[in-house]
Design a protein around this ligand. Structure first.
Ligand SMILES: [Zn+2]
Ligand SMILES: [Zn+2]
Ligand SMILES: [Zn+2]
Ligand SMILES: [Zn+2]
Length: 585
């Protein structure tokens, strides 16, 4: 896997904007020394640049741990150059670079780009479609095109196209979902799939966005396919042949979700981080738990959590909504001979990651030219600046996400103007509309009490009240329980009175004393937030369509990464788990 510096330079060109000074300098330097052998030339160039990068520190003796000053710059540059291999590994490049080891430039045969199919893919298999039916039209020329091959070299390639027999299908095109080569320009520019894969890795590892993708069209071609397959739309997706980039982005976005999305695979997800065998009151007692109060939170200590001191003020509180059903019935123990069942915890959050503000609904194009702000005249007593406010109907307030407690994302949506309970409820309804049986048993949300109040008030028979318990986080609970009786009685994340055995586990200390601890760690959900935050400045510049497309991509990549991690940590649900769920063990 000896990766050459030439490959590094190519990576610089692909991942970093052209106007970045280091990339420019690399070109300039190479041009100045034309007779340098290709590899050592680049190597010296990179080293020189790295030494130069350290030049400011060179004069600053204190900056170097050795206290020796700038002569260390050379040494650091050397060792950085030696670390190139690791960079390649991180990008998943060894596959692509292994062919370019040779110092000799063997002339390889021109690659041929053509379909792997022999028959019309639209005709049903049958007598008329048995023998190879694809053919070349007499007037179709063999084209020479440019190809960025798997070892990151531009080469000439031969493009040969085949068509269906004359008739209805000869003008149809099939979107191939796992092609080896992607066309990124009508004018004969093709790219090996390895390039797209490498850039996908960079997106994940370095938060490099599509502006750093070699080409926007490559990003679009690659991820349109990835998204359509992940959303099970690959067999039904249709669009105009030879779509423009804008049309393709719009059609894909329309197909998999406008202003929000759901990852179908997450609806059947389960792992030990989010899914547990159902627990009963009798389990807690059996484990020797010392029961506390309904308002005490497991794992928190001190008077602030006990809630004793606030009992006296309860008279001033607003009563519970009349519609709120009495506490949901709790089974003392699993009924003999029946399923024990399982429960699953989800976490919802809103984050201030916005896109460009646009006027009107579903606008496709980036607004160009003068903004409304300067065109609007003052109306009556309202100055022009304030009038605009009513026009910014679709100013996004936050990105709403819901994920399983283990971190696997489920879906996303948007809130406008504020993270209001009606919008959040609509988001939940949309997310589980096609998956009514996959609703979480518990939903942790930092404003769960207000959401619950809204649900009860608008419809006391709302299905959410039967399927899901809404809980807040411990800090919210400790602060809010004094002033909100609904929060106090319904949203405790881990009550110690035995009323929610699923939310607490027991643990014996050295003295044999049994303590209750929280069963779920919802902090894992925070990792998605910090990962998404790395893309915030890019997302802020985007139109709503591009933002949606990009969030769909980010959610997919994140879900796949989490699933891999779960496999690696062996957190999948085992046979034994299902036996216990089914009451067999
Ligand atoms: Zn056909
Ligand atoms: Zn999970
Ligand atoms: Zn929040
Ligand atoms: Zn509350």
């Amino acid at each position: 896997m000896a990766a050459s510096v030439k490959d590094l330079v190519l990576i610089f060109q692909l991942f970093f904007p052209r106007d970045l000074s280091s990339a420019r300098a690399l070109h300039a330097n190479q041009r100045r020394e034309p007779r340098q052998p290709a590899r050592t030339g680049w190597f010296k160039t990179v080293k020189t640049l790295l030494v130069r990068a350290f030049s400011e520190e060179s004069n600053d003796v204190a900056a170097w741990t050795s206290g020796l000053g700038g002569d260390r710059a050379e040494e650091y540059a050397e060792s950085l150059c030696r670390d190139l291999d690791k960079l390649y590994l991180l990008l998943g490049l060894p596959e692509g670079t292994k062919f370019s080891q040779s110092a000799f430039d063997f002339r390889r045969a021109k690659p041929i780009l053509t379909t792997a199919r022999l028959n019309c893919t639209f005709c049903p298999p049958g007598d008329s479609n048995l023998v190879p039916t694809l053919h070349r039209r007499r007037w179709d020329k063999i084209q020479t095109v440019w190809l960025l091959d798997s070892s990151f070299h531009w080469v000439e390639a031969t493009l040969i196209t085949y068509t269906s027999p004359p008739g209805t299908h000869s003008r149809w095109e099939r979107l191939e979902y796992d092609p080896e080569f992607l066309r990124i320009s009508k004018h004969g520019i093709w790219v090996h799939k390895q390039i797209a894969q490498t850039q996908e890795n960079a997106l994940h590892q370095f938060h490099s966005g599509w502006s750093n993708f070699a080409d926007w069209r490559l990003f679009l071609e690659h991820f349109s396919r990835r998204l359509l397959v992940a959303h099970n739309k690959d067999t039904t997706f249709r669009c105009e042949a030879h779509p423009s980039s804008r049309l393709l982005a719009e059609e894909v976005h329309r197909t998999i979700g406008i202003n929000g999305g759901v990852l179908p695979s997450s609806m059947s997800h389960g792992c030990t981080g989010c899914t547990r065998v159902k627990r009963y009151h009798s389990d807690l007692i059996g484990e020797g738990a010392v029961l506390g109060s309904n308002t005490e939170v497991a794992n928190t200590s001190g008077a602030e959590a006990a809630g004793d001191q606030i009992q006296t003020d309860l008279g001033d509180l607003a009563p519970l909504p009349a519609n709120l059903p009495d506490s949901l019935p709790q089974l003392e123990a699993p009924p003999v001979g029946s399923l024990r069942g399982y429960i699953q915890m989800a976490v919802m959050d809103g984050k201030g990651i916005k896109h460009r503000q646009e006027v009107g609904e579903g606008s496709i194009q980036a607004p160009q030219g003068p903004s409304l702000r300067v065109q609007l005249q003052a109306l009556g007593n309202t100055p022009g600046g304030d009038v605009i406010h009513t026009f910014k109907a679709k100013s996004i307030y936050c990105l709403q996400t819901v994920q399983w407690a283990c971190g696997v994302p489920i879906g996303w949506g948007k809130c406008y103007r504020s993270e209001s309970a009606p919008q959040v409820l609509r988001f939940l309804n949309n997310t589980w509309a096609d998956y009514p049986n996959s609703r979480p048993s518990f939903l942790a949300y930092d404003n769960a009490c207000n959401l619950l109040r809204h649900i009860v008030t608008q419809d006391p028979s709302d299905i959410w009240l039967a399927t899901t318990k809404f809980i807040v986080d411990a800090w919210h609970y400790i602060g809010h329980q004094a002033t909100d009786i609904l929060c106090r009685t319904r949203c405790n994340p881990a009550p110690t009175d035995g009323s929610q055995p699923d939310l607490v586990l027991t643990e014996a200390d050295d003295n044999g004393q049994v303590h209750q601890t929280r069963a779920f760690n919802t902090e894992t959900a925070e990792q998605l937030n910090s990962w998404l935050n790395g893309f915030e400045s890019q997302l802020r510049q985007m139109s709503d369509v591009n933002y949606d497309f990009f969030i769909h991509v980010l959610m997919l990549i994140y879900a796949e990464t989490m699933e891999k991690r779960i496999q690696l940590k062996e957190m999948e649900l085992t046979e034994e788990f299902w036996d216990r769920v089914n009451g067999l063990a």
